[in-house]
Design a binder for this molecule. Structure first.
Ligand code: AMP
Length: 386
C-alpha cells in the first residue's frame, strides 16, 4: 500500500525556479513595454483573461491545439485573440520561446497550461509569465501545501496516517487525481479496504461537513495602500503589499452534489454507486460578512508565509484561491490552495459583489492585466513576472 509520506522540508532546499531573475531581467530589457501582448492557452479561464486584457488595452494572443478550439472563440468576439499560435502539441510552446519573446509576449498561466505542459516544462518555459513560478513547488504536493498553510495560520482537515484509525467519515484522495475524479468517502476501515486502489499513492483526510467556499484573493506586491500584508520572520515589520478579495465561488461537483436525491449513502451503495467529485461548473457566492475578517487573516498569513518558505523566496504574486469549508461552528477548514487564477473566477467577468465595491467590472483576468499595465508604466515588470 503506498502512503503519502511526510517529507521533511528544510529552509535550505534550493530554490525551485526554472528562470532566474537575471535571465528574466535580460528578456525584459529587450521588451517594448508599450507593446506587450498578453498570451494565454485557450482553455480554463482564457475568455476572462483575454477579455480583461482587452479592457486594459493590450494586444492578445491565443495558443491552441486544434482548429475546433480556435473556431469556438468566434462565438465570443469580446475576447477573441488578436492573433493565434496554432500548435500540434502544447509542448511545442517550449520551442516557440524566442517567437514569443520577439512579440513581447507575457504568458498568463492557469491550471490547464500547467497540466498540458507538465509542471517542470512550465517552470522551464523561457518566456516571461505572470506571477511566481517558484511557488509551484509548494503548491504541487499536498504535504508541502500543508506545511505552508498551517504555518500561515490556516486550519486544515486532519490527516490519518493509518487507515485502521478511521472512525468517522474520511475522504481518500489519490495523488494524481484530476478534478476530484477517483476520490472516495469511507466511514470505517471496511469501507476503506473495499474501495481503495492499493497501487495508488493516497492521503486519508477527515471529511469536513460544512459549506464550501472558494475564496479568490489577489496579492499585489507593488501596491503600498489598502489592506497591507504584514511580513513575518525575515520580513517582520515590513508591509509586503496589498491583499484584495476579488470574488468567491462554489464548485458544482458531479455527481456528489446531486447524490442526496437518490437516498442515503447506504441506499446508494446498494445500487453500487459511489460519490464522485468531478468539477463541472461554478456558482457565484458570498459568505457571511462576519467571516470576512478571518478570511483575510488566513489569506494574509498565507501570503506572509509564502515569503518565508525558503531562503530568497519571492512569495505569492497575483491571484490565489483558498479552498475552504465552513463548519456549523463557523470555522474555516482550508483543504487546498491554488496559487494562480482559478476557473471559479469565471462567473465574474463583469465584476463581483466584492470587487465592484472598489471598481466596477474588475474580473481577476482584468486585474492581472491592470497589474501588468501598472508595472509597465512604473518599470516594475520584474516584480510581478517570473
Ligand atoms: P480537492 O481536489 O482537494 O480540491 O477536492 C475536491 C473536492 O472534494 C472539494 O471541492 C470538496 O467537495 C471535496 N473535499 C475535499 N477535501 C474535503 C474534506 N476534507 N472534507 C470534505 N470534502 C472535501
Amino acid at each position: 500500500m503506498k502512503k503519502n509520506h511526510n517529507t521533511h522540508i528544510t529552509h535550505t532546499e534550493p530554490l525551485h525556479m526554472g528562470v532566474d531573475s537575471d535571465t528574466l531581467a535580460g528578456w525584459l530589457a529587450d521588451y517594448d513595454r508599450d507593446n506587450i501582448t498578453i498570451g494565454v492557452v485557450a482553455s480554463h479561464s482564457s475568455l476572462q483573461i483575454l477579455h480583461g486584457a482587452r479592457m486594459e488595452g493590450f494586444r492578445t494572443l491565443g495558443i491552441a491545439v486544434g482548429e475546433n478550439r480556435r473556431r469556438f472563440y468566434q462565438a465570443f468576439p469580446g475576447a477573441e485573440p488578436d492573433e493565434w499560435l496554432m500548435l500540434e502539441n502544447y509542448r511545442e510552446m517550449l520551442d516557440h520561446a524566442e517567437w514569443f519573446r520577439e512579440r513581447n509576449v507575457v504568458i498568463i498561466p492557469h491550471g490547464s497550461l500547467v497540466e498540458y505542459l507538465g509542471s517542470s516544462n512550465f517552470r522551464e518555459l523561457q518566456v516571461p509569465t505572470f506571477g511566481n513560478r517558484g511557488i509551484l513547488h509548494w503548491e504541487s504536493s499536498r504535504e508541502r501545501q500543508r506545511q505552508w498553510l498551517e504555518a500561515g495560520g490556516c486550519t486544515m482537515p486532519k490527516v490519518l496516517e493509518d487507515p485502521h484509525d478511521i472512525d468517522g467519515p474520511v475522504i481518500v484522495k489519490y495523488a494524481g487525481a484530476k478534478g476530484g475524479r477517483g476520490y472516495f468517502i469511507a466511514r470505517n476501515y471496511r469501507d476503506f479496504r473495499r474501495n481503495v486502489d492499493i497501487e495508488e499513492e493516497f492521503t486519508i483526510q477527515e471529511y469536513v461537513l460544512g459549506c464550501r467556499y472558494y475564496l479568490h484573493f489577489f496579492f499585489d506586491p507593488t501596491a503600498t495602500d489598502g489592506f497591507q500584508v504584514r511580513g513575518k520572520g525575515s520580513n517582520a515589520g515590513k508591509n509586503l503589499g496589498r491583499l484584495e478579495l476579488l470574488s468567491m465561488d462554489r464548485r458544482d461537483e458531479s455527481n456528489v452534489d446531486e447524490f442526496y436525491k437518490l437516498g442515503s449513502l447506504r441506499d446508494l451503495r446498494e445500487m453500487a454507486l459511489e460519490p464522485s467529485f468531478v468539477v463541472t461548473g461554478n456558482q457565484p457566492v458570498v459568505i457571511r460578512e462576519s467571516l470576512l475578517p478571518r478570511a483575510f487573516e488566513m489569506a494574509e498569513g498565507t501570503v506572509a508565509e509564502s515569503f518565508e518558505l525558503e531562503e530568497g523566496a519571492r512569495g505569492m504574486i497575483g491571484p490565489f484561491c483558498l479552498e475552504t469549508i465552513v463548519t456549523d461552528a463557523l470555522e474555516f477548514k482550508v483543504f487546498e490552495i491554488s496559487a494562480r487564477i482559478v476557473a471559479g473566477s469565471n462567473p465574474f467577468v463583469g465584476g463581483s459583489p466584492y470587487s465592484d465595491i472598489n471598481e466596477e467590472r474588475m474580473s481577476t483576468g482584468r486585474r492581472i492585466a491592470r497589474s501588468i499595465r501598472k508595472a509597465c508604466k512604473s518599470n516594475r515588470l520584474d516584480d510581478i513576472l517570473s
